[in-house]
Design a protein around this ligand. Structure first.
Ligand code: SAM
Ligand code: SF4
Length: 331
């Protein structure tokens, strides 16, 4: 197989794959899942680790250099550390990262470090225990904070803290999160609240743009723009001047970053999605289980990359654009 990079259309290099390894989760974040959760996929529909590893190997041939393991909550799936260790050893893959809600991080951090993973994204939408419990509908704040602290002691670098900002919910904590980035060596990333999921109760009144957050932060301290690395996603990142950490903005709605989008997504049931906001999916599970060759799978992946939308158009429509819950796509 040739290992040529696939580019679409002019300058977008697709080198980043997010892999959701489970649709199950131990939290019920209000912006991601209904209170009662979502019907879980039967185990036989979910790709085995062997199947995932084979597909990821083909993605590497198609030009993927960075894989992020996500979910649902990836740490609830058994043997996840073994999967990460095998990915870490996969030739051609330069970066293996994990996004977690942090609830089980205290338990897993040491083994994760041993597996070779050194880069972590941890979601934390409030620095207040009660508010955290309201947003996530579970009282697990202290476990998450202990997990983040342990990750820092163990030397994970970078540690990125994902914060979904919602007006009237947690926007009074922008200054507190800025102080975290000033005092600790973390990258605090503000994610715009996105309209994703069939029964998502997305409310435009709760939406806050990155620009507004940036302006509020400017009252607390100075930010200096950082140049993105080749494998970085569409986040815009800044160093906190005279601080230990960084601030990032992921502006999926306000900043039409499609032309910089370098990512693909593989769902836990083996569907390839080329845009978070489009329900167009290409099944890789079916041909995989039908015994197709790596070359045939590669051709399907290349075709999907060629068809990756140039833009999602979310600014123009009131979007129930994406019917799968975030927990099923992986963010
Ligand atoms: N369970 C893990 C976690 O929460 O970090 C990984 C999966 S989660 C779907 C990945 C990311 O998507 C999280 O940072 C979460 O905050 C974000 N997310 C989920 N729903 C969202 C929404 N409606 N708008 C913006 N971000 C969202
Ligand atoms: Fe679970 Fe992550 Fe969705 Fe929260 S955002 S419900 S932690 S999958």
């Amino acid at each position: 197989m040739s290992s040529q990079m696939v580019s679409v259309p002019a300058s977008r290099t697709i080198n980043y794959l997010r892999v959701s390894i489970t649709d199950r989760c131990n939290l019920r974040c209000c912006y991601c899942m209904p209170e009662d959760g979502v019907p879980v996929m039967p185990h036989k529909e979910i790709l085995s680790y062997e199947e995932m590893l084979r597909l990821i190997g083909v993605f590497v041939t198609a030009g993927i250099r960075k894989v992020r393991i996500t979910g649902g909550e990836p740490l609830v799936r058994k043997e996840v550390v073994d999967l990460l260790a095998r990915l870490h050893r996969m030739p051609g893959l330069e970066e293996v990262t994990l996004t977690t809600n942090g609830v089980l991080l205290n338990e897993f951090a040491a083994d994760l470090k041993k597996s070779g993973v050194s880069r972590l994204n941890i979601s934390l939408d409030s620095l207040k225990r009660e508010r955290f419990a309201q947003i996530t509908r579970r009282d697990r704040f202290e476990e998450v904070v202990a997990g983040i602290q342990l990750a820092e002691r163990l030397g994970f670098d970078p540690i990125k803290i994902n914060v979904v900002m919602m007006r009237g919910v947690n926007d009074d904590e922008i200054g507190d999160f800025f102080r975290v980035a000033k005092e600790r060596p973390y990258q605090v990333r503000f994610i715009e609240y996105m309209p994703v999921g069939a029964d998502n109760s997305w409310d435009p009144a709760q939406f806050i743009s990155s620009k507004e957050i940036y302006e509020e932060i400017s009252q607390f301290g100075r930010l200096e723009p950082l140049t993105p690395g080749l494998l970085d996603g569409p986040a815009r990142c800044y160093r906190v001047v005279d601080g230990a950490g960084q601030i990032g903005f992921i502006s999926a709605l306000s900043d039409h970053f499609c032309e910089r989008c370098n990512r693909l997504r593989l769902t836990a049931d083996g569907q390839l999605r080329t845009c978070l906001f489009s329900d167009a999916e290409v099944s890789l599970k079916t041909p995989l289980r039908q015994g197709r060759s790596d070359e045939e799978l590669l051709a399907l992946i290349r075709e999907a990359i060629r068809n990756k939308p140039e833009g999602h158009g979310l600014q123009r429509v009131r979007p129930e654009a994406c019917m799968r819950q975030m927990s099923r796509i992986g963010g």
